[in-house]
Design a protein around this ligand. Structure first.
Ligand code: 3PG
Length: 396
């Protein structure tokens, strides 16, 4: 894996694809700087070597149109603040203006290009557009894990114009290493904790990880499809009736592969999907009509705890209950605490994809687990075992 550490950037201009697709409030204030902070080590390495930097990113989905609300100019001062370096903005991503701004950079300077997706050729993976981008740097660095599953001009196609001078940034390298540590080289026992509402959205991940893990913990809304498929009574809990056969097939496959599957045995049932609903603890397969399971129960959490604490490698994807409501956050918090404890005792833990990342941040676990991924869709596709085009293009 060729990374920035294989290069000296003295007097070189690095063209870096970052993922600054960050959330903003109505006044264009960046509300989560995580992705900017995550790209900082790569940018600083280039500057400290004596190079200059051209940053390129998308923001939102403007679909090839110029949408002023989605201009990267809005985030430029925040990028300067996080990096601790003055960042200049140029209102285009290719062409004369961008080339002039890039070529006038001297060592230590940073330039931020306009939103790449203002140009329709970006998402189409247009070769001519990618070639124009390639004129802006001497070395191409991909540090945008969040966008590595997109075969776009700036994430994939541009790499071919840098046959020797292309590499992974430190964020992307860290993400690849973290995924490998769980999916390829993880110390046993390896445990995957999968939550979230639907079996259908996790099926490819489950099928892929059954070959990699010793334990599979299932939580969240998915629980009830499995429980009903096994003949249980799930009341008004969320359930995909058309996926029940699939759920049984997964359990069969898991057994054949020697994977222990842990499904909740009790739940917190509520008489309404509301934080102020009446609640009671019931066996997972005896939920009456008018009641729905919204969080894992105490017996379940004890079982999950035992499995997690004996694990040496842990993957967490998807919350265990409706953690957005305080009354049903206990399961997710408990899992977070168990993973934190296992990590403290030497386990490697990766939290990736979707709402579990939000939960980890909300409950302050981000410094207590080994790695929190910056990718949403990119992480999910990695867990599904797909090769990400942005990664493949650097390795090619
Ligand atoms: C993300 O936020 O997941 C990435 O920036 C990718 O964005 P996209 O789904 O619009 O391609």
């Amino acid at each position: 894996m060729k990374t920035i550490n294989d290069f000296n950037f003295e007097n070189k201009r690095a063209l870096i694809r970052v993922d600054f697709n960050v959330p903003m409030d109505e006044n264009f204030n960046v509300t989560d700087t995580n992705r900017i902070e995550a790209a900082k080590p790569t940018i600083i390495k280039v500057l400290e070597d004596g190079g200059s930097v051209v940053l390129m990113s998308h923001l939102g989905r403007p679909k090839g149109q110029v949408v002023p609300e989605l201009s990267l100019e809005h985030i430029c001062s925040k990028v300067s603040e996080v990096l601790g370096v003055q960042v200049n903005f140029v209102a285009s991503s290719v062409g004369e203006e961008a080339e002039k701004a890039a070529s006038s950079l001297v060592s230590g300077q940073v330039l931020l290009l306009e939103n790449l997706r203002f140009n329709a050729e970006e998402e189409k993976g247009g070769e001519a557009f990618a070639e124009q981008l390639s004129k802006l740097g001497d070395v191409y660095i991909n540090d945008a894990f969040g966008t590595a599953h997109r075969a776009h001009a700036s994430t994939t196609v541009v790499a071919k114009f840098f046959p020797e001078n292309k590499c992974f940034g430190s964020l992307l390298a860290k993400e690849i290493t973290a995924i490998d540590k769980v999916m390829e080289t993880g110390e046993k026992p390896v445990t995957a904790i999968l939550g979230g509402a639907k079996v259908s959205s996790k099926i490819t991940i489950i099928e892929n990880i059954l070959d990699k893990v010793d334990h599979l913990i299932i939580g969240g809304g998915m629980t009830y499809t499995f429980v009903k498929a096994k003949g249980g009574q799930v009341g008004d809990s969320i359930c995909e009736d058309d996926k029940m056969e699939l759920a049984l097939e997964i359990l069969k496959q898991a057994k054949a592969k020697g994977v222990e599957v842990h499904i909740p045995v009790d739940v917190i049932a509520a008489d309404d999907f509301s934080n102020t609903a009446n609640t009671k603890i019931v066996d997972v397969d005896k939920i009456e009509a008018g009641w729905q399971g919204l969080d894992a129960g105490p017996k379940t959490l004890e079982i999950f705890k035992e499995v997690i604490l004996k694990s040496k490698t842990i993957l967490w994807n998807g919350p265990i209950g409706v953690f957005e409501m305080e009354s049903f956050a206990n399961g997710t918090i408990s899992i977070g605490n168990n993973i934190a404890e296992a990590t403290k005792n030497g386990a490697f833990s990766l939290v990736g994809g979707g709402d579990s990342v939000a939960a980890v941040k909300q409950f302050g676990f981000q410094d207590k687990v080994s790695y929190v991924s910056t990718g949403g869709g990119a992480m999910l596709e990695s867990l599904e075992g797909k090769s990400l085009p942005g990664i493949a293009a650097i390795k090619a």
